[in-house]
Design a protein around this ligand. Structure first.
Ligand code: NHF
Length: 450
């Protein structure tokens, strides 16, 4: 079948996990033999060769849209540039600018499809996250194509109705403030989100679309996140850990890593910082090492720097953006990866870690709960540890427990993790399920099915 994907992020343009997910879905569908076309804003990257120029009316002005096209791993990627579509800040320049960018992307996408429709009528249009609501709405309105909307993370923001009017979608905006996620789900034929637990945690929202809502787990690309590709693959794991810690000026010890955005709402680096403060009073702390990789909220950066200063023998904070290959070396060397998210629709870190033999200690929420099997509830099949979200005590306890495990148990956890990531969270499985979503032959969430 021919699938048109709409997304604000597509690799190499990456802000968060959305880029990885949409690119993997596109490439995975192509591998299954489907024809895949992607529309995405160019964000000033000028990727691909120019193929089309046209003009649209928008916000009282005439905008020249310049479309570039590239073929990548069997996927035709059209990037739409001009005006705000060429703004380098993917989700900017500010909230209003982003809303305008989303409207312009919508109109430009519908206009581009209008030019391509004779040769390229999609069987299904699959839109990702709320920024594509205008594009989805217009493509549905003009072409009536079957549509699927995927929520990678609920944003829960409202948009003034005039943006819908400007997008020629006034019929979708009868009230002054509109929830774009609700609108996108409302107009789509099928709604998906990226884990079953996230769907259930947010049932207050997803339940409104019962009958057409289901989950499709994301996957993980274990060909990249692969121990054999490590620069130090020939060394035993403890030696790799010693070398990595040495690189950061730390002596050897059990190594715990956090990697992610420093934000207050989702990723929970503050929970880890509190857990480290608690652990500092425990005798076990002496041989615990913490690598904290990420950046974001300046207050959290200051807090983590303060922790690093207080515990110079134990903590290193790395606020530089690291290349994926370096991150792979880290996963392949540390003992544990801590994922203390308050909520996590799917979360890729825990699976990247599992592919590379780092044992995840994560919050029992969303995709973390669906991918990590807690060692305490299943000593045979466990792949890591689950703790209640926001609970620094529970996290500190789990870290002590993990630190004290014997080598044999650690090996088992690693092996189980690798196997689970590789076998059960393949992108191929996700893509096969998306095809079922496209054709309607997929199970739906039913609140009365016990
Ligand atoms: O993995 C891709 C990603 C998820 O949990 C992640 C999130 C945003 O918050 O689906 O989207």
């Amino acid at each position: 079948m021919r699938v048109l994907l709409l997304s604000f992020e597509y690799l190499p343009v990456k802000v968060g996990g959305l880029a990885e997910a949409v690119t993997s879905i596109a490439e995975g569908l192509a591998k299954l033999g489907h024809e895949v076309v992607v529309f995405t804003p160019d964000h000033g990257r000028n990727l691909g060769s120019p193929v089309k120029n046209f003009r649209i009316a928008s916000f009282g002005e005439t905008l020249e849209v310049a479309v570039r096209k590239r073929e990548e791993k069997g996927v035709a990627v059209y990037s739409l540039g001009g005006g705000l579509l060429s703004e380098e800040d993917v989700y900017g320049p500010n909230w209003e600018g982003l809303l305008k960018k989303a409207v312009i992307f919508g109109k430009a996408s519908a206009a581009l499809l209008n030019l391509l429709i004779r040769d390229l009528k999609p069987d299904v249009v699959h839109a990702h996250d709320w920024h594509t609501v205008f594009a989805l709405g217009l493509i549905r309105k003009y072409f009536g194509i079957r549509s699927v909307f995927t929520v990678h993370r609920l944003n829960k923001a409202k948009i003034p109705a005039h943006y819908f009017h400007e997008a020629n979608l006034g019929e979708l905006a009868p009230y002054p403030d509109i929830d774009p996620e609700h609108t996108a789900c409302y107009i789509a034929d099928m709604v998906t989100t990226v884990s079953r637990s996230y769907m259930l945690e947010e049932w207050g929202f997803f339940g409104m679309f019962e009958g057409k809502v289901t989950h499709v787990f994301n996957g993980i690309d274990c060909t990249f996140w692969n121990e054999e590709l490590l620069e130090t693959s020939d060394l035993p794991r403890e030696e790799r850990r010693r070398l990595i810690l040495e690189k950061f000026g730390l002596s050897d010890g059990k190594a715990f890593m956090f990697i992610g955005r420093f934000d207050r709402a989702q990723k929970g680096v503050d929970v880890l910082l509190r857990a480290i403060e608690l652990l500092s009073n425990d005798p076990a702390f002496g041989d615990m090492r913490f690598l904290i990789v990420g950046k974001g909220d300046p207050e959290l950066e200051t807090w983590s720097r303060a922790i690093e200063k207080r515990f110079p023998e134990n903590v290193r904070v790395i606020t530089k953006l690291l290349p994926r290959e370096t991150v792979r070396e880290l996963y392949g060397s540390v003992d544990f990866v801590v994922v203390p998210s308050y909520f996590e629709p799917f979360g890729l870190v825990q699976l990247e870690a599992m592919c590379l033999g780092a044992i995840p200690i994560g919050s029992a929420v969303g995709g973390l709960k669906d991918t990590i099997i807690d060692f305490r509830s299943d000593p045979e099949g466990g792949t890591g540890f689950l703790v209640p979200p926001g609970d620094a005590f529970a996290l500190a306890n789990a870290m002590i427990l993990a630190k004290n495990l014997d080598e044999k148990t650690l090996r088992k956890l690693r092996e189980n993790g690798r196997k689970r990531a590789r076998d059960e969270f393949k992108w191929e499985n996700a893509c096969r399920r998306y095809v079922d979503v496209y054709t309607g032959s997929v199970d739906r969430a039913m609140s009365f099915l016990l």
